[in-house]
Design a protein around this ligand. Sequence first.
Ligand code: ADP
Length: 220
Amino acid sequence: MLVTYYGRTVLSRGPAKKQIDASPCRQYIAGTGSMDTILLQEAIMPAIIEIIRGDITRLAVDAIVNAANNTLLGGGGVDGAIHRAAGPELLRECAALGGCTTGDAKITKGYRLAARYVIHTVGPVWQDGHHGEPDLLRSCYRRCFEVAREHGVSSIAFPAISCGVYGYPLREGALLALTTAQEAAGSGDFSRILLVQFNEQAQQVYREAAQQLQLPVTVR
Ligand code: ADP
């Protein structure tokens, strides 16, 4: 098994090897620290935050987050994909929720999805960064974690909220997603926090943001 650290690839060794071999992914600790730190960290505390590439609608986690719009009546992008995969029952439940304000989050069942719940949140539309966008996006992530806690959600997957049609710069969005995920990871209430990217370039932006913040994350 290989451990990637600061762009260097080194062979794992020592007592942590078994733990590392059990994991099918690369463990990646951004920032400073020794090889021993990495092995110790992996042995005692595997990274809770995962930066993964894939389709969020296919994930078997307790809850997936939807980057919805204020109506909660479906739309394009990840919203459309989630509604298509969950089936028409999702739209029926959403229609009874009375919409959602920007920065807030509401929960529904997951219906035909592998995920038990969908947490719908409405991110800000990017204007120039001086119209409260960062506070609103931070609020989205925090409200999703709050709602998740209230429903006993332990594993949760997020798309890059607002970073598609709503135009939020991906790098800034990634830094915010990672910071709030780290807060939630510190609470001890979550076993896995997945930050899901559709393509490799977006995943790379998340990796670099994790490196900048020196956060321990798993990348796969
Ligand atoms: P918003 O309107 O909040 O910007 P979008 O759906 O347009 O929401 O995009 C949010 C992010 O979700 C974008 O980075 C987009 O590439 C990504 N995305 C779209 N579909 C999926 C999917 N099926 N799984 C994971 N991410 C997705």
